[in-house]
Design a protein around this ligand. Sequence first.
Ligand SMILES: CCCCCCCCCCCCC[C@H](O)CC(=O)SCCNC(=O)CCNC(=O)[C@H](O)C(C)(C)COP(=O)(O)OP(=O)(O)OC[C@H]1O[C@@H](n2cnc3c(N)ncnc32)[C@H](O)[C@@H]1OP(=O)(O)O
Ligand SMILES: NC(=O)c1ccc[n+]([C@@H]2O[C@H](COP(=O)([O-])OP(=O)(O)OC[C@H]3O[C@@H](n4cnc5c(N)ncnc54)[C@H](O)[C@@H]3O)[C@@H](O)[C@H]2O)c1
Length: 309
Amino acid sequence: MAFFAHQIRRGFSSSAVRNVVIKQVTIIGGGQMGAGIAQVAASTGHSVTLVDTSDDILKKSIKTIEGSLKRVVKKKFADKPEAGEEFIQKVLKNVSTSTDAGSAVKSSDLVLEAIVENLKIKQDLFSRLDKLAPAHTIFASNTSSLPISDISSTTNRLDRFGGLHFFNPVPMMKLVEVIGTSSTSQETFDSLLNFSKVLGKTPVSCKDTPGFIVNRLFVPYLYEAVRLYERGHGSKEDIDIAMKLGVGYPMGPFELSDYIGLDTIKFIMDGWREMDPDNTLFAPSELMDKLVAEGKLGKKTGEGFYKYK
Ligand SMILES: CCCCCCCCCCCCC[C@H](O)CC(=O)SCCNC(=O)CCNC(=O)[C@H](O)C(C)(C)COP(=O)(O)OP(=O)(O)OC[C@H]1O[C@@H](n2cnc3c(N)ncnc32)[C@H](O)[C@@H]1OP(=O)(O)O
Ligand SMILES: NC(=O)c1ccc[n+]([C@@H]2O[C@H](COP(=O)([O-])OP(=O)(O)OC[C@H]3O[C@@H](n4cnc5c(N)ncnc54)[C@H](O)[C@@H]3O)[C@@H](O)[C@H]2O)c1
């Protein structure tokens, strides 16, 4: 009762707080994560609008989706290549693209953001879209490291705002962390949990705590790997081999850092250092800063810790 009274005070009709069945999805950011999420959402029958800043970037996103779908159908439709091609065309039909986020959100049940890891840019985006999206629309961020409550703070839909943290590569990784802030309504949280399940993922529930579950454990590991290397205590090749063969990880820390994107990692480190300047864990890495300054961002630019053809 208190919850509904709260909604009415904020000027929302009761229909705005019911469980939202998510059918129409707008994904903002067509990079590695946005394209992967768009692919999985479209493959599970959702109508997806993928938004980025230019048509050229969006063309590249669609090419990435097509390439990934080809890998998926090679396995899924091994004996039926025609059915595989049909599946690809059906999925691609479910994805449209736009450079106008404001128009795209007007018919959305869910707006999922996967843009650059920068608080101010994410806040500005959501603040603008909050005025344009329908009342029932749920907003969610795929941030790796920023508090969801900080991102949502520039909107008037704190109850319809949560985190959906996917893992890279999205088509392959089964986990989604579903994050609720102290203001996220139970209905919103349940809708996000349900959406993750419909995508074929396994969701885990998580509080809005730094690094959520995975990155809280994962970030110190990656930091330590880079520091070990910077001290000259092991080559990057040997550290990668050690973690693959010694612990059974599919990728070593340097291969994985290149896969994630060194710019994303630097954004995360810089942001955490700003929040906790005296924590030596967040001290800058000269090597990482140098690589990013040179545009060597990892696999996506052809070079990071390693070179790619
Ligand atoms: C000073 C301090 C510096 C350090 C600071 C640290 C800062 C913190 C950084 C935090 C970053 C946060 C990131 C984010 O928030 C959270 C993450 O996402 S973390 C990343 C999680 N991901 C992983 O850990 C990936 C691990 N790797 C793997 O699981 C596998 O390697 C792989 C990617 C699945 C690839 O598998 P491989 O066997 O290696 O290679 P193959 O190419 O043979 O692929 C196998 C199989 O999978 C199919 N496939 C692969 N990719 C795709 C795709 N994109 N789409 C479709 N299908 C794909 C491929 O076709 C193969 O299929 P098969 O041939 O077997 O049928
Ligand atoms: N890379 C990973 O492994 C990983 C994993 C989980 C979560 N994340 C998070 O997902 C988000 C995206 O990461 P990514 O690796 O896909 O980055 P990316 O650099 O591959 O893609 C980001 C995309 O957002 C676009 N963009 C930037 N500002 C925009 C705006 N205002 N409007 C529309 N589009 C805009 C860029 O043009 C780019 O195409 C980040 O918050 C990151 O922390 C990344």
